[in-house]
Design a binder for this molecule. Structure first.
Ligand SMILES: C[S@@+](CC[C@H](N)C(=O)[O-])C[C@H]1O[C@@H](n2cnc3c(N)ncnc32)[C@H](O)[C@@H]1O
Length: 181
């Protein structure tokens, strides 16, 4: 996870892992929460009829990031109707932090407080049979995140992983499907 002084997220290993995890995912509509540079939006565009991203970044950065996708300056997915998207993806701020001082990278308690808020919104705007993809680091409380999902009646599975020098990054796929026992 890296950033430049302007507050814009610089595409990094996590960006590349998210693009890889989504490389065979396709459908009608896709939302990326927190588009940053727009690298993930750009990769998704050829495989969806509609690709929309939200971020709390500047108007200038949104112009640069959007390419042929729709870029909305909005908090998470608050501006969308319930059950709108086939797929919702996010590489959220996930660094464990006592406080959220830098909204580009600070994930709050255990690095999962902010991702859980993103998830809550994603669950509202994804279709009933839709899929959610979230990227997290093993520096954060992955067990807590997985338990939260299972406790909420969701199915969660690892879709991709990358081992870096100091951490492993994981992309989880989350659905409302029940796993057969
Ligand atoms: C780790 S960066 C990922 C950027 C890009 N998706 C990527 O993979 O390179 C997290 C992004 O989430 C954005 N973000 C943080 N809080 C947000 C919120 N409440 N609503 C929308 N975007 C948010 C940040 O501005 C940042 O661009």
């Amino acid at each position: 996870m890296d950033r430049e002084g302007s507050g814009t997220y610089v595409p990094s290993d996590d960006t590349a892992l998210m693009v890889r995890a989504l490389s065979s995912v396709e459908g009608g509509s896709c939302l990326e929460i927190g588009f940053g540079s727009g690298a993930v939006l750009h990769a998704l565009r050829p495989r969806f009829s509609l690709v929309v991203g939200t971020d709390i970044t500047s108007v200038g950065q949104a112009r640069v990031a959007k390419g042929s996708s729709e870029a909305v300056l909005a908090d998470r997915a608050t501006c969308f109707r319930d059950g709108t998207f086939d797929v919702v993806a996010f590489n959220p701020p996930y660094l464990p932090s006592g406080l959220v001082e830098d909204r580009v990278v600070d994930g709050g308690r255990g690095g999962v407080e902010v991702p859980m808020r993103f998830l809550e919104d994603a669950l509202r705007v994804v279709k009933a049979a839709g899929r959610i993809y979230v990227l997290l680091s093993d520096q954060g409380d992955l067990d807590g995140f997985v338990s939260h999902c299972v406790g909420s009646g969701l199915s969660i599975r690892e879709a991709a992983r990358a081992k870096l020098f100091f951490e492993s990054l994981l992309v989880y796929e989350i659905t409302r499907e029940k796993t057969s026992s």
